[in-house]
Write a protein that binds this ligand. Structure first.
Ligand SMILES: Nc1ncnc2c1ncn2[C@@H]1O[C@H](COP(=O)(O)OP(=O)(O)OP(=O)(O)O)[C@@H](O)[C@H]1O
Length: 247
């Protein structure tokens, strides 16, 4: 498989902060419909990798190709428009708006070129809001103010807001942190479902959850890859047990 066949191809990616290499010569590839999880100890560089992909942090060297387009020189908004969605750890939803309104305002503006077709556009938006609400288990709460949602439901709403833009690559930073066991299991099902027509890159510390969702796992340590492969392989890896899983 050549690089061009991957949704995301990261090669030799490095970023230095005052001489400290937070990410150091990273190579990583993500396929269509792949759910890829990055694990590793605190400070390993996991969040920095997501920051580099979404353009929040600029690399010192190396390449990030998304559907064969180089992202390292693109501004953040252009990377979003290219089809990369990213959710941070703390939800950024509009607490005083309803679930419906939160999803509605996330519909990408200007997608329909014909301004005069407002009526059709509205139908299109309503249909999409309902579809996404079902996907993120919020159909019964569409008219509820977002402030009244549980912590887990707020996380799902934010995932839904990202799905409104139909990203081909969705990146999530610790999506189940602070969730109940039940919400965690529901989130695993939810992610497996939404991954059926997109690729996902997830950072997570909860190994039970990783086991449930990961197609492939990359273990980062001090900005470098310590191991990569299936969860079964990773769990049996001596170096990974020593540096991370054994703690
Ligand atoms: N903008 C920055 N300036 C300076 N140092 C930074 C910057 N961003 C990250 N770092 C450093 O890079 C290293 C990697 O941080 P990062 O947040 O990517 O780790 P992480 O693997 O996500 O850790 P955690 O699991 O704790 O979230 C840390 O030592 C951090 O202090």
């Amino acid at each position: 498989m050549s690089n061009t066949d991957f949704v995301l191809a990261i090669e030799d990616l490095t970023v230095s902060f005052d001489g400290f290499k937070a990410v150091d010569g990273l190579n990583m590839y993500i396929d269509h419909n792949e759910l890829h999880v990055v694990i590793g100890p605190n400070g390993a560089g996991k969040t920095t990798v997501l920051d580099l992909i979404c353009g929040k942090t600029k690399s010192s060297s190396g390449s990030i190709k998304f559907k064969n387009r180089e992202l390292t020189k693109m501004p953040e908004h252009q990377i979003v428009r290219a089809g990369v969605g990213r959710k941070f750890q703390t939800p950024s939803i509009y607490e005083n708006l309803t679930v419906y309104q939160n999803l509605e305002v996330s519909y990408p503006a200007g997608r329909s070129v014909w301004g005069s077709l407002t009526f059709k556009r509205t139908d299109e938006v309503i249909e999409r809001v309902n579809k996404i609400a079902a996907e993120v288990l919020l159909t019964d709460l569409l008219q509820t103010e977002a402030a009244l949602l549980s912590h887990g439901q707020k996380q799902w709403l934010e995932i839904g807001m990202l799905l409104m833009q139909d990203p081909e690559l969705l990146m999530l930073d610790e999506p189940v942190a602070g969730m109940s066991a039940k919400e965690r299991d529901q989130t695993a099902d939810l992610l497996k479902r939404i991954c059926q027509n997109r690729s996902m890159l997830v950072i997570e510390h909860d190994m039970e959850f990783v086991k449930q969702i990961a197609h492939k796992v990359t273990v980062l340590h001090q900005g470098k890859i310590l191991a990569a492969g299936t969860m079964d392989k990773i769990q049996a890896n001596e170096k990974v047990i020593e540096v991370y899983l054994g703690h």
